[in-house]
Write a protein that binds this ligand. Sequence first.
Ligand SMILES: NC(=O)c1ccc[n+]([C@@H]2O[C@H](COP(=O)([O-])OP(=O)(O)OC[C@H]3O[C@@H](n4cnc5c(N)ncnc54)[C@H](OP(=O)(O)O)[C@@H]3O)[C@@H](O)[C@H]2O)c1
Length: 385
Amino acid sequence: MNRVAVLGSSGSIGTSSLDVVAAQPEHLQAVGLSVHRSWDVLQKQITRHRPRWAVVVDDRLKAEIGTPDIPSGTELWWGEAGVERLASHPDVDTVICAIVGAAGLRGTVAAISQGKRVALANKETLVVGGPLVMQQAAESGARILPVDSEHSAIFQCLEAGRSRDVHKITLTASGGPFRGWSREKLENVTVEQALAHPTWKMGKKITVDSATMMNKALEVIEARWLFGLTADQIDVVVHPQSIIHSMVEFVDGSTVAQLSPPDMKLPIQYALSYPERWPGISPKMDWSAAQTLTFEAPDYEAFPALKLGFEVARRGGTSGAILNAANEVAVERFLNGTLRFTEIAIACQEILQHHQFDSQPTLSELLQQDRWARQEMSRWKSSLK
Ligand SMILES: NC(=O)c1ccc[n+]([C@@H]2O[C@H](COP(=O)([O-])OP(=O)(O)OC[C@H]3O[C@@H](n4cnc5c(N)ncnc54)[C@H](OP(=O)(O)O)[C@@H]3O)[C@@H](O)[C@H]2O)c1
């Protein structure tokens, strides 16, 4: 029995993870859950999954909730320290890291330092501190298994050959809701338009990231560290059907791809079952129905965020922490109407250019850079009134 803690259990990946766990009672047991503020969701999850521990990160809720009525057998913990305690608890085998943003870093690092199996959805961890996190995993023996569908696909394709025989990898991108739009047309994109993703149902931040293609930029950086590749070995192709989740080309010219309907339950389950494969609740391809799979080059002019991903993957050092933090605040500002859609990438690029680059930062230096970039982005002047 694999005892699983789900960090970010109320989110899109968190709830899908709990569906996967509930469907595999002979293999998996949810022993710990964490949310930021979604107390109502957490209460229902506690009743359904009966975990040993539940964490609410925002401890301002303590006053509102008082002494909550939760089933005996579940202990309630508070704050970021509660997440760290859960992620590193000796009675937890696997930690699903599904908190959004750099806020997910602490729990992920805690799990890695204890040598856990880490099912990593929180790509921001590797974007911010890729080399440090991978080194820590090598030292502790932690196994990082990707949940991002593209990285899960690459991970699966790599099973077909040796890492040193990889020529390049190709990450597929759906293209988001604005595929084919010109730069000019993108100027006036609304929040509602940006949140209407054609193929994936996800949390708000990643949905906006998909619309700007910043999500793919973050994935390029994530892949660079997770698989130990150079930026030049990573390609992006737009594949609107989201059936091929990514591909690996080996040195002999053979390309191996992973295909499945767009549904996160499959990569989540694989991160939990690896190296086994279990029958599960993910939908399967129907090859008797006609399929058209199309591919096109990304439009780097209309979606300059993608260029930033390659730039940061090349530079490393502090640049990932800066891009990630600047983008997190830019997305918040776009969602609250104080930044234009097209200004997200422009502002991120400017802040990246002006930051004090360090090629080998410590974790505390990265966190300091993160704070600086957030401040810069909060006061970045938009052309909106
Ligand atoms: N959704 C997808 O299909 C998908 C695919 C690939 C990768 N990912 C990655 O998976 C991660 C989660 O994405 P998502 O779409 O599931 O996000 P989401 O739906 O917005 O859920 C985010 C989760 O994180 C918690 N959270 C938010 N801020 C927090 C904080 N400061 N401290 C602690 N917990 C916090 C939320 O709790 P509350 O509900 O209490 O706010 C929620 O449980 C992201 O890194 C994303 O890039 C997602």
